[in-house]
Design a protein around this ligand. Structure first.
Ligand code: TYD
Length: 131
């Protein structure tokens, strides 16, 4: 399975906490794009795609959601519910995001610019691409 959970370095004191991720040091790629997902609803699912050529780190900045990750052979579910945990998702992983808590905010760090051509949005095509 081409994913892993990363413990994000946290600096804390009486004023609060500060978490940090540095390109090519704490995460295995250079960050070219940051986007975030918010105003989600518990009954709405997202994702349903894989990336041919993109790596990502997802952090639940607030709230929680489940990531169902599928490498074509196995499926595993990871719950993201802490701002000090990053979910690294490598290439060729089908992902579905579900069970969003109200007010969940997901920040995504991506290894490349947005390019719809490198998405696979059809599950059959995803399976075929792995052969
Ligand atoms: P979509 O891929 O459906 O989101 P999710 O991964 O949560 O299922 O993206 C929603 C819309 O936003 C879609 O029209 C593509 C667009 N989009 C961009 O224009 N730039 C981006 O960087 C991303 C991630 C999406």
């Amino acid at each position: 399975m081409n994913y892993k959970l990363i413990n994000i370095k946290v600096h804390g004191d009486e004023r609060g906490k500060l978490a940090v991720l540095e390109s090519l040091k704490d995460i295995p790629f250079e960050i070219k794009r940051v986007y975030w997902i918010f105003d989600t609803l518990p009954e709405q699912e997202r994702g349903f795609h894989s990336h041919k050529d993109m790596e990502q780190i997802v952090v639940a900045m607030d709230g929680a959601c489940d990531f169902v990750l599928d490498d074509g052979e196995r499926t595993e579910t990871v719950t993201l519910n802490r701002p000090d945990k990053g979910l690294y998702i490598g290439k060729n992983m089908w992902r579905v995001m579900k069970n969003f808590s109200y007010g969940c905010k997901l920040m995504v760090l991506a290894s490349d610019y947005y390019n719809e051509k490198e998405y696979i949005r059809n599950y059959g095509e995803f399976k075929k691409s792995l052969k």
